[in-house]
Ligand binder design. Structure first.
Ligand code: OMP
Length: 275
């Protein structure tokens, strides 16, 4: 089953478009959680256990594992393997390099770690993204308009254009990514902090492209506008990623139950609007 079908199946089964980000940060862990990779492993597994019926996907960000060196890479694999097989895993590593190198990134993510989708930086162009696109069953989640304040530095730069051509770089990225979608495996990243552009981009790319929408919660993005503007005509394919606001809600031993409560609050709103 390809990434998009697996995603839709999990979303409909759990009645949720929430993707919980699994980004371990020792400075934010509950007081009694051991700061070793063993302690962090148990922490993440407890959160997965209490949220696995509430999500359409999980998204571990590689940086939060790489910070621990070789132990962190092993932890990443352990957590990916722990996630129930029916729930898709999006690895966030924002990869992209010359084709020869991208191929190695693709092998690492899709074959060694066995994730269902990977975030990819399109800055270097098609030959750098193609090695990922060639994995027909895997999602290639292309950065389009990111959630951070400085995304304007490049992504919102006006282009010198003719009639009917994209006016800004992020619009060109969206249009180009559509042209790369021969295997029906292209997805886009559009930040929840950019609700108007999210609506505009959903119209531009149509109903078939999954959009990963990070930035709800800690970065101030709004859930309701993200769902309204990011969903397609069927009310699907807007993947709402929340990391810190689900993971780090309590420093006490009740953290897993509190993570569930926060996830449930988000999911109740998603269900109210879309299911
Ligand atoms: P929280 O702000 O804690 O919910 O985390 C957001 C997660 O999404 C982090 O792992 C970020 O690296 C990631 N992210 C963004 O925050 N903004 C983007 O534009 C793109 C991503 C991403 O690709 O997932």
């Amino acid at each position: 089953m390809n990434f998009k079908d697996k995603l839709i199946k999990a979303a409909l089964s759990n009645k949720s478009w929430l993707c919980v980000g699994l980004d371990p940060d020792t400075s934010k862990l509950p007081t009694n959680v051991d700061k070793s990779t063993t302690g962090i492993s148990q922490f993440l597994k407890n959160v997965i256990d209490t949220t696995k019926d509430l999500v359409c996907a999980y998204k571990p960000n590689s940086a939060f594992y790489e910070q621990f060196g070789a132990d962190g890479i092993n932890l990443l694999k352990e957590i990916i393997d722990y996630i129930p097989a029916k729930i898709p895993v999006i690895l966030d590593a924002k990869r992209g390099d010359i084709g020869n190198t991208s191929r190695m990134y693709a092998v690492a993510a899709f074959e060694h770690l066995g994730v269902d989708a990977l975030t990819v930086n399109p800055y270097m162009g098609y030959d750098c993204v193609k090695p990922f696109l060639d994995y027909k069953d895997k999602g290639v989640v292309i950065l389009c308009l990111t959630s951070n304040p400085s995304s304007n530095d490049f992504q919102k730069r006006p282009l010198t254009v003719g009639d009917n051509e994209p006016a800004m770089l992020y619009q060109l990225v969206a249009k180009t990514a559509l042209a790369w979608n021969e295997n029906d495996n292209v997805c886009l990243v559009i930040g929840a902090t950019k609700p108007e552009e999210l609506g505009e981009l959903r119209k531009l790319v149509g109903d078939d492209i999954p959009i990963l929408i990070p930035g709800v919660g800690a970065q101030g993005g709004d859930l309701e506008s993200s769902l309204k503007n990011g969903s397609n005509a069927k009310g699907q394919l807007a993947i709402i990623n929340v990391s810190r606001s689900v993971l780090y809600v309590s420093t006490d031993d009740d953290y897993a139950a509190r993570s569930r409560a926060n996830a449930l609050e988000l999911v109740s709103k998603i269900r109210g609007l879309l299911f």
